[in-house]
Each structure stands twice: as structure tokens, then as C-alpha cells.
Design a protein around this ligand. Structure first.
Ligand SMILES: [Zn+2]
Length: 486
């Protein structure tokens, strides 16, 4: 027997996770992520990403039987609406928390697509009216909010640690999955795929994104289960994170200094997970008297919707978050924490003349309400811009972290006079050592490792470490590569 693996996304890059597996005539997709990057590059890749096996094989219409989603992040889930738009009506298996997260997140992703297309249309119309050349090429949204709704109706919940036979498969032919907690974000999983054909069985472990111990809110990762082959992420294959314990000390020092000089804290955050983590850390610090109880605003409708999902899924919380609950407190609410929803509420913060903190998306300062807050406060030396997440190359966030003194916000030149600090140890991704440790229990039974979801230089370093420590064969697939395992 053999399983055929077709790598179709997040290959030698960190975005667009999508892997097609086939056995006993059954076709399954592990993740269906959006490829994120510059508009021009992404449109073409995404339109060919939400694959049907028909497209891939060129054969007459074998159909996709099932999709398994490791977790809600858009680079793993963001092309599901496109799959629905292309006519897929089979099940998408994932955890209950992931289903509830994906509902607002996919709708938000569709809204961004629609707004982008509308924005480009406006530019073209304006240029046409002025008799100028048309400028950017016309753009169709990759999918709409209706497509996102259609995709969310295909979700089928499964429980961790319980084997799930996939649609179209039988106990003798096809796929069964069993999932474990990845400890990467709320609802995140590692997926163990057992493929059976002609009385033989092959076990393939898909890591999804590997999390870390001691992250705020969520439980630590489960140990990797036994398998014959491993598809593993490698985002930080060449890096070690700063120790987690330093976060509160650094945060307390920064907050107290800003309050003493009467400034504001402007914090770009990822609306999913990072916003909730920072809120919980601040709540703990206020309760412990480590920082004063001062006004804090979460200014992101998506973060607000996602926080409600976090509250609903307390089964995913770790002991620390549960302790809050058992003291009769809500980890994500206290008197001086405010969630703003409307544009008017957001704009009203501009007129607030007491020290406060505002968290807003996007996390890399590329779009959204954070740009208004930066425009309003970046030139005031009393203020602090607090970066808490990964900043991709060429984003405004990366320029601020690099110490740029002159930046453009909404096309307007601005002088960076505010203090800029970053706290980067809240990452949800395992670093090199944590990846090597996570795979230790599965290493003895492995025949081969496939590294995905990493930039090539990071992957090459990790490949060397795995070969050295575990004496295993390691492949770094390119997009479109096929392998037979079994
Ligand atoms: Zn992720």
C-alpha cells in the first residue's frame, strides 16, 4: 500500500498551509490556508490553492472526500471559502473551538477581500475620471462573505483523542484521524492520520503548528503520538525565543514609565489569541498590584468577537486561566478594560487626554484601526508603541521595530517620536529547541520527516539538527512536490 502526499502550500514558506493525501481512492486535504503576501503574487496562488484533486491529477473527476483543519489561523483556514465557492460540499473536520473562531475570522477575511476590490475599483474610477492611465489592475474578491458562510456550514466537530473515521472511508480502506492538543492557539491540534489499504496501515502525523509550554490561557502541547511519517512545521527552525518569565517584568516597567510621563500606549495586536493573551497578562498584573489600574481599550471588532469565543470555550483554558474563573472573575473583563465596537467609539479615543492603553489590529500595522491610533500618537514622545508579535519584512511594524524615524501613514510623512518597544516571547510557535523536544516521543518510530511552514534557511538549519539528533531522513518539499510513503 501507499499514501500519496502532494504538498500544495506552506512549502519553503510560512503561509498557505495545504497538503493533499490520497489512499485507497480517498482524497483528503490537511488544511486549506490562504497564501498571504503582496496582492499581485497572492491572487494567482490562492486561485489555484483551494484545490480539487481533479485539478491536480488531470484525471476525470475523482472528488475530495474530506478536509481536516488543524487550527483557525487564516494561513491554515483562509481558503476554505474558496473551496466552498468552487463547489466543495463535503465535511470539514475540526475542533468545536476552531469552528467558533473560524466563523468571525473567515467572514472578516472575506470582508477584507471585498473592501480591497472596492478600493482598487475606486482608484481606477478616479483615475479614469481624471483622464489618467488606469493604475492598478482590476481585482475581484477571491471570495465573498456568502462563500465564507457556506464554508462554515460544512464544519463537523470532533473531540480530541477520539478516533474519527473520515467521510468516504471504511475501517478497511481509507483514513481515520486522531487529534491531540497542539498548544498553539485556542482549539489547535496535531492530526494523526491512519491510512488503511489491503490490510496494511500507515501512520502519518501532521503537526499543524506546534505550540509552547506556559503560554497564557491555553493548555500546554500534548506529547507527539507514535507515527511512521511526520509532516512538521519549521517556522522558528533556526531561532530560540526569549524566556517567557521576562514578559511581565518588562511590561510592568514600560507601563509604569508611560503612566508617569502622562503618555498613551499604542499596541498593535493580532486580533486572535495575542489580544486575549495580552488582556489576561494585564489583568493578572493589575490584580497583583504590579501595574496601576488604568484605562485599557481593545479597539477591534474581530478581537471582541474572538474574545467571546475564548470565554465560551473554557474547556481549552489552562489551570491559571481557570483559577480566575473559580475566584468568580472573568479573565477577559474588569472595570477599567473597555471593548470598543463602533468607528465613533474608536475615534473618541483621540480626544482622551488621560493616560491609557489601546490595542488594535492589524498586528503588523498594515491596515485597520491601529493606523489611526499611530497617526494620532506616533509623534508624541510621551507615548509608547508596544509591539507584541511577529513583524513580516517590509511592514510598517517591522520598520518601527528596526528604529525608523520617518514613516508614512496613510500616505502622510510622520516623524516617529514615540518610544518603540517590542516583546517577542509571546509567540505561539515552538522555537528550534521546542520543536526538537516536541518530536522526541515520535522520533524512534519515524521513517521520514517532511518539513513545511518555514522559510528555507530556517528549514535547512532544523533539518541539520534533526539529522544530527535523531539520525532521520528529512525532506524539504517544494510546492507541487509529490511523494509516495508506505
Ligand atoms: Zn498557526
Amino acid at each position: 500500500m501507499a499514501i500519496r502526499l502532494h504538498f500544495w502550500g506552506a512549502d519553503q514558506t510560512v503561509t498557505g498551509s495545504s497538503h493533499h493525501i490520497e489512499c485507497a481512492g480517498q482524497n483528503v486535504l490537511l488544511d486549506c490556508g490562504l497564501f498571504q503576501g503582496h496582492r499581485q503574487d497572492t491572487a494567482d496562488i490562492n486561485s489555484h490553492l483551494a484545490l480539487s484533486p481533479d485539478q491536480l491529477s488531470g484525471k476525470a473527476a475523482p472528488s475530495l472526500n474530506a478536509v481536516v483543519l488543524s487550527h483557525a489561523h487564516i494561513d491554515h483556514s483562509g481558503d476554505l471559502p474558496l473551496l466552498a465557492k468552487q463547489g466543495y460540499r463535503g465535511p470539514i473536520y475540526t475542533t468545536p473551538a476552531t469552528i467558533d473562531l473560524c466563523t468571525p475570522m473567515l467572514k472578516d477575511a472575506a470582508h477584507i477581500q471585498e473592501s480591497d476590490a472596492e478600493f482598487i475599483g475606486k482608484i481606477r474610477n478616479r483615475r479614469a475620471a481624471a483622464g489618467a492611465p488606469p493604475g492598478p489592475a482590476p481585482m475581484q474578491p477571491l471570495y465573498t462573505q456568502d462563500d465564507a458562510t457556506q464554508a462554515t456550514q460544512l464544519f463537523r466537530p470532533f473531540n480530541l483523542h477520539q478516533p474519527q473515521l473520515l467521510a468516504g472511508s471504511t475501517a478497511d480502506a481509507g483514513f481515520t484521524i486522531t487529534t491531540t492538543n497542539a498548544g498553539h492557539m485556542l482549539g489547535s491540534t496535531n492530526v494523526l492520520v491512519e491510512a488503511v489499504e489491503k490490510g496494511q496501515k500507515v501512520r502519518l502525523l501532521f503537526s499543524g503548528d506546534v505550540g509552547r509550554k506556559n503560554l497564557p490561557i491555553i493548555k500546554d502541547p500534548d506529547p507527539a503520538p507514535a507515527a511512521d511519517y511526520l509532516i512538521m512545521e519549521s517556522t522558528y527552525g533556526d531561532r530560540l525565543h526569549a524566556p517567557m518569565g521576562d514578559v511581565k517584568t518588562k511590561l510592568a516597567g514600560l507601563v509604569k514609565a508611560v503612566l508617569a510621563r502622562g503618555g498613551h500606549i499604542i499596541a498593535p495586536v493580532f486580533a486572535v489569541e495575542r489580544a486575549q493573551q495580552v488582556v489576561l497578562l494585564l489583568h493578572q498584573m493589575v490584580d497583583a498590584g504590579e501595574i496601576p489600574d488604568f484605562p485599557i481599550y481593545v479597539d477591534s471588532p474581530l478581537a471582541n468577537a474572538v474574545t467571546d469565543v475564548f470565554k465560551k470555550h473554557s474547556e481549552e483554558w489552562d489551570a491559571e486561566a481557570c483559577a480566575f474563573f473559580h475566584q468568580g472573575k472573568d479573565p477577559f473583563a474588569w472595570k477599567n478594560l473597555h471593548y470598543t465596537q463602533t468607528v465613533q467609539e474608536s475615534k473618541a479615543l483621540n480626544d482622551l487626554h488621560v493616560p491609557f492603553m489601546v490595542m488594535a489590529a492589524s498586528g503588523m500595522c498594515e491596515a485597520g484601526r491601529i493606523l489611526h491610533h499611530l497617526k494620532n500618537g506616533i509623534e508624541d514622545p510621551r507615548n509608547l508603541v508596544l509591539i507584541t508579535g511577529y513583524q513580516a519584512q517590509n511592514t510598517l511594524g517591522s520598520k518601527l521595530v528596526a528604529g525608523a524615524k520617518d514613516v508614512n501613514i496613510y500616505g502622510e510623512p510622520m516623524r516617529v517620536r514615540a518610544q518603540v518597544e517590542s516583546i517577542d516571547s509571546l509567540s505561539g510557535h515552538a522555537d528550534q529547541q521546542e520543536l526538537l523536544d516536541w518530536m522526541a516521543p515520535v522520533a524512534p518510530t519515524l521513517k521520514k520527516v517532511f518539513l513545511v511552514h518555514g522559510e528555507l534557511p530556517a528549514q535547512q538549519v532544523l533539518k541539520g539538527k534533526i539529522e544530527e539528533r535523531y539520525k532521520l531522513e528529512v525532506a524539504i518539499p517544494k510546492r507541487g512536490d509529490r511523494f509516495e510513503i508506505g
